[in-house]
Write a protein that binds this ligand. Sequence first.
Ligand code: CDP
Length: 230
Amino acid sequence: MPNNKRSVIVAIDGPSASGKSTVSKRVAEDLKFVFVGSGAFYRGMTWKSVREGVEVKNPEQVIHLMFQLKWNFYAENRVVVFTIDGEDPGLQLRSEPVREKVATIATIPEVRSFLVERLRETKRFGDMVMEGRDVGSVIFPDTPLKFYLDADPQERARRRHKELVQMEGEGNVSEVLDSLTRRDQIDRTRKIDPLQISLGAKVINTTSLGIEEVVSLIVSNVQQAISKGL
Ligand code: CDP
């Protein structure tokens, strides 16, 4: 039977380590919505390019590879995940070569339009929380539920450093700050779909807010909007 009910989409955008991923996952759990991390799709394309020895600064090579890949998307415990050519990239998505090259791959217009379409298709999994850089501005501009999380660069570097230490056992805060700043600069200044506060988004500065506070702020906002018929 066709499902004519429109999915509720919560768009959460913001720069790296603004708290987006943790908050978005928690918001999705509380609302019992599906979670989609759009950055993982760009990381997936980058992971495969690195694996295949493709030079990410060469758009033709990347695009050629992109059209040969077989992506498969599915929802596992209400989180949208994927395989590429039958392989689950798992934690490799957060490895050093991927995090250093992903913003360059994300400047290629053909990669963006291909992945934006795949991201829109995840609507078939139902009501969702999607986090990224252009969810409210490009992927789902019509959703009334848009949030933009930000935090001071020092605080973002501190958070990302903590994650890296947990994952890799080491890390240097000033290097992390440099790497985040470089990626932010590419994301904010790229010609196509740059990171920006989309029209109608509620801006939340998370520098001195705890995760719980941000989660409950968003959840109550969404619940209120749903109870008013959006
Ligand atoms: O976890 P973090 O916020 O550092 O990164 P991410 O959300 O996994 O995104 C990795 C990169 O993918 C970003 O730096 C962007 O270059 C790109 N990206 C994008 O261009 N558009 C999106 N909607 C999501 C990510």
